[in-house]
Design a protein around this ligand. Sequence first.
Ligand SMILES: Cc1cc2nc3c(=O)[nH]c(=O)nc-3n(C[C@H](O)[C@H](O)[C@H](O)COP(=O)(O)OP(=O)(O)OC[C@H]3O[C@@H](n4cnc5c(N)ncnc54)[C@H](O)[C@@H]3O)c2cc1C
Length: 448
Amino acid sequence: MGEDSKAVLADEACDVLVIGGGPGGSTAATLLARRGLKVVQMEKARHPRFHIGESLLPMNLPVFERLGVLDKVRALGVFKAGADFEADNERGYNTFAFARALGNSPPHAFQVWRQDFDKMLFEHARENGVDAREGTEVVAVEQHAPRDTRISVRSDDGRRYTVQARYVLDASGRDAFLAGKRKLKQKNPQHQSAAIFGHFRNAQYRAGEDAGNISIYNFDYGWMWMIPLPNGVMSVGAVCRPEYLKQRRGRTTEFLFETLKQNPALWTRLEQAQLIDDEVRVTGNYSYDATMIGGPGWMLVGDAFAFLDPVFSSGVYLAMSGAEQIAAVVDAALKEPAREIALQQRLEKRLRAGMRRFSFFIYRFNSPVMQQMFRSPRNTWQVEQGVISMLAGDLFDSRPVWWRLHLFRVIYAFCSLRDRRRWWAERRYRLAQAKVAFTGGTTPVDGA
Ligand SMILES: Cc1cc2nc3c(=O)[nH]c(=O)nc-3n(C[C@H](O)[C@H](O)[C@H](O)COP(=O)(O)OP(=O)(O)OC[C@H]3O[C@@H](n4cnc5c(N)ncnc54)[C@H](O)[C@@H]3O)c2cc1C
């Protein structure tokens, strides 16, 4: 432990305290404990707890391997060979098969129940030496010096205590605990959406090797997903412009059904299906980031740093790969404090660059030009394969992928120019929707 620890009276002390027991928190905690640090991780809920975000990306697999959980994920997951989007062909859809990606991304990924996946990662952290506590909420953080932060904790058995840490990692997800306290959280001025979703039995699967695909559909106010989960369950949801979700009157279940019916191709696959436990959830107020990723003695991990619309299923991958790199920064910073800020800034630049590459597609996903490009992809100069690499999450290090994505942007700009009236109308609508006042949080609702 550092010298500072002697100066502060706290009930306990550790090297690193991690707030949150989701994928980002458990990844960072595991890797730091493996480096020999004393790590305490606090999760306010008890695993297994519900969480949305069930579709994983191929680029998650190397992270699983390094963590030592690939076999466990395989045992939990549904094999995902690609992502499919509606098309004007005989089948009605195109599969962007991960096996066709450029670069070195693995040829498949998995779909998982997040309560099982997150529990497994949390237990894995424990097996690796993390003091991982459930039912334990961080309620206050007070920093006295760069290597001296006192964290106040409340456990669900009513105990309250303080822990003194040399480093704090906030991986509290969309609660963005530390960014909120430090007033760093900013709403995305370009994009806002909200989701409504449920889980179904007896939904229709894609045939053959497409059976485990995520399917993405468009409708006038956003896009929809179908994600096959273990034991014959299909996760189905719609991500909508907030103005649309605000129109919701009456029962949330009916609103979900009315929304899903707006895409006939999706609805055909759901007509015979049953909503499990009549349970529908709504989340609001998407897309934000923190103005900085960290400072002396603290860093933000995963959704606690930034959240993007989930159309490309990027959240878990960004949280876990970011956490892996943050663990390396924290370890280096504790050994050589003089390098801390430079290392944080370098990582922040890298993460923001990756997120910008995703965001270009996310912001424009509902535009007529982008829809057409996904409906009838062309592989001239391997641009389609570049898009598949993006869908696989391979957009941080591969130059061949970058330049295909640049080329895609040029083609997009050219096509938008040809159809500029519709392009302009869609852009104006999106920016106006980003300004709509809409409250957030994950709200399980039904029966209202
Ligand atoms: C509608 C929707 C669909 C999505 N679909 C996908 C998808 O298909 N694929 C994908 O990869 N991502 C998806 N995401 C994003 C994904 O859910 C997140 O990006 C991912 O869970 C981030 O992981 P994390 O560890 O940063 O945070 P989380 O998984 O949110 O974990 C944070 C944890 O911190 C705990 N916590 C919060 N505050 C405190 C506190 N004060 N003290 C102690 N514990 C605390 C919470 O209980 C939680 O367990 C989706 C998101 C939404 C909203």
